[in-house]
Ligand binder design. Structure first.
Ligand SMILES: Cc1cc2nc3c(=O)[nH]c(=O)nc-3n(C[C@H](O)[C@H](O)[C@H](O)COP(=O)(O)OP(=O)(O)OC[C@H]3O[C@@H](n4cnc5c(N)ncnc54)[C@H](O)[C@@H]3O)c2cc1C
Length: 408
């Protein structure tokens, strides 16, 4: 029997076990430090589990930026359709939503974990809960086992599926980076990606909790006023900055930049109307003697309306028919370009994904085996790959896990 040990029972580890247990000559064990598998998988997509995306291969790979090319090989062997077929075979149906995002039909991410664990149990995969791998034992550049609390478990193949270091309460505390480092691997710079953005724009605290739908948020270069990237959709103000779907997507762009001090966020609160159309609308409507404060109440959410005059530096008690052309322009500029400064990205604890990890240069993309230590494999977020939101990251975990588990 071929003894295979997988460290981590998350998305990638469960798929590595599924793939390894296809071969009856393999004796497969998962070591999971938590008392359950898939703690992070269970909270994915706000508990609904956006497991993959229907995007075509090239677009899928593009979602990972520069390191995406590393995944071609894994995706060519096990891609989105293979995932959906595998889940369906195990009795889990899926549904595709806007943007090609795929979810379990039950809208419960935990159903994916349960389905996988049930299948692995029926295949006699040994899942050891509450066992933390402490270190990897190597002899003559070859893995011989893994150290746990009461000694060394020997194995012929070791798969590191320990995840990244975001949301550490789920068990992903970055252990895999230390294991890899001790084996001579390079760990590229670790930083948060897909996370809230912290700002010190003073009025943000006044609108904390406000969610805006159908707005456009842009990342702008402060020096050139050039828009670098933009997203349309929903966002949220927090006590410390901004979050919500479009901000999380923009944060990935920021994580990739070297000097974030040159960047700021501009929000278009009325993206359906151009500057000229708003000007025309206001020229017509600014004929009454309603005061500005009350007018803002009719076109903006309450908490934002309350502070909008002060953001635009215009007297909120001024009557509409007394607003000058210059003031009208300032109001439109503020509506179309509500500016928020960027202090930094939120702490890695709050990030959806860890940017950086085991260098892809040191892993064989066809097998996920280490190029440095024989019989050592990596899969999932511990590798230096990360994508935008939309189900890409889980598919990468499933695909690399599947490849790492193969023994033929
Ligand atoms: C809030 C949130 C929502 C997300 N939503 C989505 C989404 O909808 N779609 C998407 O594509 N991606 C999503 N992601 C990202 C996705 O969860 C990860 O990319 C994915 O879980 C990575 O899988 P993994 O197997 O590499 O790591 P993990 O899922 O983190 O699993 C690692 C496992 O290893 C265990 N472990 C770690 N160290 C040890 C050790 N020393 N010994 C034993 N066990 C150990 C951990 O306990 C954990 O169970 C989300 C992430 C977060 C935080």
């Amino acid at each position: 029997m071929n003894k295979i040990i997988i460290i981590g029972g998350g998305a990638s580890g469960l798929f590595a076990a599924l793939s390894a247990s296809e071969n009856p000559d393999n004796d497969v064990t998962i070591l999971e430090k938590n008392s359950i598998c898939g703690k992070k998988l269970n909270i994915c997509g706000k508990g609904r589990g956006n497991i993959t995306n229907t995007a075509k291969l090239n677009d899928f790979v593009d979602a990972f930026g520069n390191n995406g090319k590393f995944l071609y090989s894994a995706f060519s062997k096990f891609f989105n359709n293979d995932l959906l077929r595998t889940l369906e075979y195990m009795g889990l149906e899926t549904i595709t939503e806007r943007g090609g995002r795929v979810f379990p039909i039950t809208e419960k991410a935990s159903d994916i974990t349960d389905t996988l664990v049930n299948e692995l149990t029926s295949r006699n995969v040994n899942i050891k809960y509450g066992i933390r791998a402490k270190s990897i034992k190597v002899e003559d550049n070859k893995v011989i086992g893994v150290e746990i609390f009461n000694g060394i478990m020997k194995c012929d193949k070791l798969i590191v599926a320990t995840g990244g270091m975001s949301y550490p309460k789920t068990g992903s505390e970055g252990d895999g980076y230390n294991f890899a480092k001790e084996c001579g691997h390079t760990i590229t710079k670790l930083s948060p990606s897909i996370c809230p953005i912290i700002s010190n724009t003073p009025w943000i605290i006044d609108v904390a909790g406000l969610s805006l739908k159908n707005v456009e948020a842009k990342i702008v270069d402060k020096n050139t006023n050039k828009t670098l990237t933009k997203e349309f959709g929903e966002m949220l103000f927090t006590h410390t900055g901004v979050s919500g779907p479009i901000i999380l997507t923009l944060s990935k762009y920021i994580a990739d930049q070297t000097n974030i001090n040159n960047l700021e966020i501009k929000i278009d609160l009325k993206p359906a109307l151009s500057f000229e159309e708003l000007n025309e609308k206001f020229t017509k409507e600014f004929k009454s003697n309603i005061i500005l404060k009350n007018y803002f109440n009719s076109i903006l959410p309450k908490s934002l309306a309350k502070i909008f005059s002060s953001i635009a530096s215009i007297d909120e008690n001024k009557k509409l028919n007394l607003i000058t052309v210059k003031e009208r322009k300032i109001i439109i500029d503020t509506l179309k370009d509500l500016t928020i400064n960027i202090k930094r990205l939120a702490h890695i604890d709050e990030a959806i994904i860890t940017k950086g990890g085991v260098s892809i240069k040191e892993i064989d993309p066809k097998t996920m085996e280490s190029k440095i230590i024989k019989n050592l494999y990596f899969c999932g977020e511990v590798i230096d790959i990360d994508a935008k939101t939309g189900g890409y990251n889980l598919q990468a975990a499933f695909s690399t896990g599947y490849i790492a588990g193969q023994t033929n």
